[in-house]
Design a protein around this ligand. Structure first.
Ligand SMILES: O=C(O)CCC(=O)C(=O)O
Length: 308
Protein backbone atom coordinates (compact mmCIF):
# COMPACT_ATOMS: atom_id res chain seq x y z
CA UNK A 1 0.00 0.00 0.00
CA UNK A 2 1.37 3.42 -0.89
CA UNK A 3 2.06 5.75 1.98
CA UNK A 4 2.50 9.48 1.81
CA UNK A 5 5.33 10.27 -0.60
CA UNK A 6 8.25 11.44 1.52
CA UNK A 7 9.41 14.12 -0.91
CA UNK A 8 5.98 15.67 -0.51
CA UNK A 9 6.39 16.30 3.20
CA UNK A 10 8.27 18.85 5.21
CA UNK A 11 9.05 18.94 8.91
CA UNK A 12 7.91 22.38 9.99
CA UNK A 13 9.80 22.19 13.30
CA UNK A 14 13.08 22.10 11.37
CA UNK A 15 12.40 23.67 7.99
CA UNK A 16 9.79 26.43 8.42
CA UNK A 17 9.98 27.50 4.78
CA UNK A 18 8.71 25.91 1.59
CA UNK A 19 11.51 25.10 -0.87
CA UNK A 20 11.07 25.28 -4.65
CA UNK A 21 10.88 21.45 -4.64
CA UNK A 22 8.06 21.54 -2.06
CA UNK A 23 6.11 24.04 -4.14
CA UNK A 24 6.70 21.98 -7.31
CA UNK A 25 5.48 18.84 -5.48
CA UNK A 26 2.26 20.60 -4.48
CA UNK A 27 1.57 21.80 -8.04
CA UNK A 28 2.39 18.38 -9.54
CA UNK A 29 0.42 16.23 -7.10
CA UNK A 30 -2.22 18.62 -5.75
CA UNK A 31 -1.37 18.05 -2.09
CA UNK A 32 1.43 18.59 0.40
CA UNK A 33 2.02 17.50 4.01
CA UNK A 34 3.67 19.56 6.71
CA UNK A 35 4.78 17.34 9.58
CA UNK A 36 4.94 18.95 13.03
CA UNK A 37 2.86 21.86 11.76
CA UNK A 38 1.19 21.92 15.18
CA UNK A 39 2.98 21.41 18.50
CA UNK A 40 1.62 19.04 21.15
CA UNK A 41 0.46 22.04 23.20
CA UNK A 42 -1.39 23.44 20.20
CA UNK A 43 -3.06 20.08 19.53
CA UNK A 44 -4.12 19.79 23.18
CA UNK A 45 -5.51 23.34 23.20
CA UNK A 46 -7.54 22.65 20.05
CA UNK A 47 -8.84 19.34 21.47
CA UNK A 48 -9.91 21.06 24.71
CA UNK A 49 -11.63 23.76 22.70
CA UNK A 50 -13.43 21.07 20.67
CA UNK A 51 -14.99 19.86 23.92
CA UNK A 52 -16.02 23.42 24.85
CA UNK A 53 -17.72 23.89 21.47
CA UNK A 54 -19.58 20.56 21.79
CA UNK A 55 -20.66 21.41 25.35
CA UNK A 56 -22.23 24.63 24.04
CA UNK A 57 -19.80 26.98 25.79
CA UNK A 58 -19.61 29.23 22.72
CA UNK A 59 -23.31 29.46 22.10
CA UNK A 60 -25.91 28.05 19.78
CA UNK A 61 -25.02 25.58 17.02
CA UNK A 62 -27.70 25.24 14.41
CA UNK A 63 -28.84 21.59 14.26
CA UNK A 64 -28.19 20.95 17.96
CA UNK A 65 -31.40 21.51 19.91
CA UNK A 66 -30.00 20.51 23.26
CA UNK A 67 -26.35 20.25 24.28
CA UNK A 68 -25.26 16.99 25.97
CA UNK A 69 -25.81 16.53 29.69
CA UNK A 70 -23.04 18.11 31.79
CA UNK A 71 -22.42 14.85 33.63
CA UNK A 72 -21.18 13.15 30.46
CA UNK A 73 -17.42 12.73 29.99
CA UNK A 74 -15.61 14.78 27.33
CA UNK A 75 -15.40 11.74 25.06
CA UNK A 76 -19.09 10.94 25.47
CA UNK A 77 -19.87 14.54 24.52
CA UNK A 78 -17.74 14.82 21.39
CA UNK A 79 -18.73 11.42 20.04
CA UNK A 80 -22.28 12.70 19.60
CA UNK A 81 -21.27 14.95 16.70
CA UNK A 82 -19.56 14.08 13.42
CA UNK A 83 -18.56 17.58 12.39
CA UNK A 84 -19.33 21.22 13.18
CA UNK A 85 -19.05 23.77 10.41
CA UNK A 86 -17.67 27.28 10.98
CA UNK A 87 -16.24 26.67 14.49
CA UNK A 88 -14.26 29.91 14.09
CA UNK A 89 -17.56 31.79 14.38
CA UNK A 90 -17.88 30.65 18.01
CA UNK A 91 -14.38 29.89 19.24
CA UNK A 92 -11.73 32.60 19.50
CA UNK A 93 -9.02 29.95 19.42
CA UNK A 94 -10.27 28.42 16.17
CA UNK A 95 -10.47 31.94 14.73
CA UNK A 96 -6.81 32.52 15.67
CA UNK A 97 -5.81 29.23 14.03
CA UNK A 98 -7.11 30.42 10.66
CA UNK A 99 -3.79 32.29 10.44
CA UNK A 100 -1.62 29.61 12.09
CA UNK A 101 2.06 30.15 11.20
CA UNK A 102 2.69 26.97 9.17
CA UNK A 103 -0.54 27.50 7.24
CA UNK A 104 0.42 31.06 6.34
CA UNK A 105 3.84 29.94 5.14
CA UNK A 106 2.46 27.27 2.81
CA UNK A 107 -0.44 29.34 1.48
CA UNK A 108 1.61 32.42 0.70
CA UNK A 109 4.14 30.16 -1.05
CA UNK A 110 1.62 28.44 -3.32
CA UNK A 111 -1.17 31.04 -3.67
CA UNK A 112 0.72 34.34 -3.42
CA UNK A 113 0.89 37.12 -0.85
CA UNK A 114 -2.84 37.88 -0.49
CA UNK A 115 -4.84 35.09 1.11
CA UNK A 116 -8.35 34.92 2.57
CA UNK A 117 -10.26 32.22 4.42
CA UNK A 118 -13.98 31.55 3.99
CA UNK A 119 -14.68 28.30 5.86
CA UNK A 120 -13.68 26.10 8.77
CA UNK A 121 -14.89 22.59 9.72
CA UNK A 122 -14.18 20.63 12.88
CA UNK A 123 -14.43 16.84 12.53
CA UNK A 124 -14.69 14.69 15.65
CA UNK A 125 -15.39 11.47 13.66
CA UNK A 126 -15.73 8.98 16.50
CA UNK A 127 -15.40 5.28 15.72
CA UNK A 128 -18.33 4.14 13.59
CA UNK A 129 -18.93 7.57 12.02
CA UNK A 130 -19.00 7.81 8.20
CA UNK A 131 -16.53 9.40 5.83
CA UNK A 132 -17.16 11.55 2.76
CA UNK A 133 -17.26 10.09 -0.77
CA UNK A 134 -14.98 11.22 -3.61
CA UNK A 135 -15.34 14.94 -4.24
CA UNK A 136 -13.56 18.14 -5.23
CA UNK A 137 -13.88 21.13 -2.94
CA UNK A 138 -14.22 23.66 -5.79
CA UNK A 139 -17.57 22.05 -6.62
CA UNK A 140 -18.80 23.41 -3.29
CA UNK A 141 -16.72 26.59 -2.96
CA UNK A 142 -16.17 27.98 -6.49
CA UNK A 143 -13.31 30.45 -6.70
CA UNK A 144 -12.86 32.22 -10.03
CA UNK A 145 -9.11 31.61 -10.25
CA UNK A 146 -8.97 27.98 -8.98
CA UNK A 147 -6.91 28.90 -5.93
CA UNK A 148 -9.01 27.04 -3.35
CA UNK A 149 -6.88 25.09 -0.86
CA UNK A 150 -7.88 23.06 2.18
CA UNK A 151 -5.58 23.02 5.23
CA UNK A 152 -6.43 19.84 7.15
CA UNK A 153 -4.93 19.84 10.66
CA UNK A 154 -4.70 16.36 12.16
CA UNK A 155 -5.49 16.45 15.90
CA UNK A 156 -5.16 12.64 16.14
CA UNK A 157 -2.99 10.24 14.14
CA UNK A 158 -5.01 9.64 10.95
CA UNK A 159 -4.86 6.04 9.73
CA UNK A 160 -6.58 3.85 7.17
CA UNK A 161 -8.43 2.24 10.06
CA UNK A 162 -9.82 5.46 11.54
CA UNK A 163 -10.73 7.10 8.23
CA UNK A 164 -7.76 9.12 6.96
CA UNK A 165 -7.92 11.16 3.77
CA UNK A 166 -7.41 9.40 0.41
CA UNK A 167 -6.36 11.36 -2.68
CA UNK A 168 -5.82 10.73 -6.38
CA UNK A 169 -2.48 12.48 -6.98
CA UNK A 170 -2.52 14.79 -10.00
CA UNK A 171 -6.33 14.64 -10.41
CA UNK A 172 -6.50 18.44 -9.99
CA UNK A 173 -4.52 19.01 -13.16
CA UNK A 174 -7.18 18.76 -15.92
CA UNK A 175 -9.19 21.48 -14.15
CA UNK A 176 -12.43 19.53 -14.64
CA UNK A 177 -15.14 19.47 -11.98
CA UNK A 178 -16.62 15.97 -12.25
CA UNK A 179 -20.40 15.68 -11.78
CA UNK A 180 -21.70 14.09 -8.61
CA UNK A 181 -24.28 11.39 -7.99
CA UNK A 182 -26.37 10.65 -4.94
CA UNK A 183 -25.00 7.73 -2.92
CA UNK A 184 -26.69 5.60 -0.27
CA UNK A 185 -23.45 3.83 0.65
CA UNK A 186 -23.39 3.82 4.50
CA UNK A 187 -19.63 4.27 4.29
CA UNK A 188 -20.31 7.95 3.57
CA UNK A 189 -22.39 10.89 4.75
CA UNK A 190 -24.98 12.49 2.43
CA UNK A 191 -22.64 14.73 0.43
CA UNK A 192 -22.74 13.01 -2.99
CA UNK A 193 -20.03 11.17 -4.94
CA UNK A 194 -18.02 12.41 -7.93
CA UNK A 195 -17.94 10.22 -11.04
CA UNK A 196 -14.59 10.38 -12.82
CA UNK A 197 -12.31 8.46 -15.20
CA UNK A 198 -9.74 7.29 -12.62
CA UNK A 199 -9.55 3.91 -10.94
CA UNK A 200 -9.64 3.53 -7.16
CA UNK A 201 -6.22 1.86 -7.57
CA UNK A 202 -4.81 5.30 -8.41
CA UNK A 203 -5.77 6.55 -4.94
CA UNK A 204 -3.35 6.73 -2.04
CA UNK A 205 -4.14 6.98 1.67
CA UNK A 206 -2.53 9.90 3.50
CA UNK A 207 -1.76 8.37 6.88
CA UNK A 208 -0.33 11.15 9.03
CA UNK A 209 0.66 11.82 12.63
CA UNK A 210 -1.26 14.21 14.84
CA UNK A 211 0.13 17.70 14.25
CA UNK A 212 0.57 17.18 10.50
CA UNK A 213 -1.17 19.73 8.29
CA UNK A 214 -2.26 18.43 4.88
CA UNK A 215 -2.82 20.97 2.13
CA UNK A 216 -4.90 20.00 -0.88
CA UNK A 217 -5.97 21.70 -4.07
CA UNK A 218 -9.66 22.52 -4.58
CA UNK A 219 -9.70 20.40 -7.79
CA UNK A 220 -8.03 17.36 -6.19
CA UNK A 221 -10.28 14.30 -5.91
CA UNK A 222 -10.28 13.13 -2.31
CA UNK A 223 -12.42 11.12 0.10
CA UNK A 224 -12.41 9.56 3.54
CA UNK A 225 -13.86 6.25 4.72
CA UNK A 226 -15.74 5.30 7.87
CA UNK A 227 -13.83 5.26 11.16
CA UNK A 228 -13.35 1.53 11.91
CA UNK A 229 -11.03 2.01 14.89
CA UNK A 230 -12.06 0.67 18.31
CA UNK A 231 -14.94 2.27 20.19
CA UNK A 232 -13.86 5.32 22.22
CA UNK A 233 -11.34 6.62 19.67
CA UNK A 234 -11.59 9.60 17.34
CA UNK A 235 -10.15 11.03 14.15
CA UNK A 236 -10.27 14.73 15.01
CA UNK A 237 -9.38 17.26 12.33
CA UNK A 238 -9.74 21.01 11.98
CA UNK A 239 -9.90 21.89 8.28
CA UNK A 240 -9.99 25.44 6.94
CA UNK A 241 -10.43 26.58 3.36
CA UNK A 242 -8.52 29.42 1.75
CA UNK A 243 -8.04 31.15 -1.59
CA UNK A 244 -6.36 34.12 -3.18
CA UNK A 245 -7.83 37.40 -1.94
CA UNK A 246 -7.54 38.71 -5.52
CA UNK A 247 -10.35 36.47 -6.72
CA UNK A 248 -14.04 37.11 -6.16
CA UNK A 249 -15.92 34.31 -4.43
CA UNK A 250 -19.31 33.44 -5.98
CA UNK A 251 -20.43 31.24 -3.06
CA UNK A 252 -23.79 30.75 -1.32
CA UNK A 253 -25.74 33.10 -3.58
CA UNK A 254 -29.25 32.26 -4.67
CA UNK A 255 -30.34 35.40 -6.50
CA UNK A 256 -29.97 35.92 -10.24
CA UNK A 257 -26.93 38.18 -10.16
CA UNK A 258 -24.42 37.62 -12.98
CA UNK A 259 -22.06 34.94 -11.67
CA UNK A 260 -18.93 36.88 -12.57
CA UNK A 261 -19.77 39.73 -10.21
CA UNK A 262 -20.82 37.71 -7.15
CA UNK A 263 -18.53 38.03 -4.16
CA UNK A 264 -19.14 36.34 -0.80
CA UNK A 265 -17.70 38.67 1.82
CA UNK A 266 -17.91 36.62 5.03
CA UNK A 267 -14.15 36.18 4.87
CA UNK A 268 -11.10 36.55 7.12
CA UNK A 269 -7.86 37.93 5.66
CA UNK A 270 -4.93 35.87 6.82
CA UNK A 271 -2.06 37.38 4.77
CA UNK A 272 -1.35 40.40 2.57
CA UNK A 273 -4.00 42.85 1.52
CA UNK A 274 -7.57 42.65 0.25
CA UNK A 275 -8.18 44.38 -3.11
CA UNK A 276 -11.91 44.48 -2.27
CA UNK A 277 -11.55 45.98 1.20
CA UNK A 278 -13.84 48.86 0.14
CA UNK A 279 -16.74 46.36 0.10
CA UNK A 280 -16.36 45.63 3.82
CA UNK A 281 -17.03 42.18 5.27
CA UNK A 282 -20.20 40.39 6.34
CA UNK A 283 -21.11 38.02 9.16
CA UNK A 284 -23.65 35.66 7.63
CA UNK A 285 -22.36 32.16 8.41
CA UNK A 286 -22.67 30.56 11.85
CA UNK A 287 -21.73 27.34 13.55
CA UNK A 288 -23.87 24.43 12.39
CA UNK A 289 -23.92 20.69 12.72
CA UNK A 290 -23.18 18.53 9.69
CA UNK A 291 -25.54 15.64 9.06
CA UNK A 292 -24.02 12.15 9.38
CA UNK A 293 -26.58 10.56 7.09
CA UNK A 294 -26.92 7.77 9.65
CA UNK A 295 -30.70 8.18 9.61
CA UNK A 296 -30.66 7.96 5.78
CA UNK A 297 -30.19 10.62 3.14
CA UNK A 298 -33.76 10.62 1.80
CA UNK A 299 -33.96 10.57 -1.99
CA UNK A 300 -30.94 12.79 -2.48
CA UNK A 301 -33.01 15.89 -3.19
CA UNK A 302 -31.71 17.47 0.04
CA UNK A 303 -28.10 16.78 -0.92
CA UNK A 304 -26.11 19.68 0.45
CA UNK A 305 -23.55 21.54 -1.60
CA UNK A 306 -22.80 23.72 1.36
CA UNK A 307 -19.96 21.87 3.01
CA UNK A 308 -17.25 19.80 1.49
O1 LIG B 1 -11.81 14.78 6.80
C1 LIG B 1 -12.70 14.25 6.17
O2 LIG B 1 -13.20 13.19 6.51
C2 LIG B 1 -13.21 14.90 4.90
C3 LIG B 1 -12.66 16.28 4.74
C4 LIG B 1 -12.80 16.78 3.37
O3 LIG B 1 -13.08 16.05 2.44
C5 LIG B 1 -12.57 18.19 3.08
O4 LIG B 1 -12.20 18.93 3.99
O5 LIG B 1 -12.78 18.59 1.94
Amino acid sequence: MNKIVSSGSMDYKHQKQMTDADIAFYHENGFFAVENGLSTDQINALCDDTVSICRGKYGKISGIDEFPDETLSDHEVIKKFLCIHFPHKGSKLMYEYLAQEAIKEVLTSVIGPDVKCMQSMLFMKASGKPGQAWHQDELYIPTRDRTLIGAWMALDDATIENGCLWVIPGSHKPGVLWPQEFTTNPEFDCSGESKFPYGDDEAIPLEVKAGTILFFNGYLLHRSLKNRAPEGTFRRVLVNHYMSASSLLPWKFKEETPFATLDFRDIVMIAGSDPYVYKGTEDVTAMHLRSTGEGGCGDGSKKSLEGN
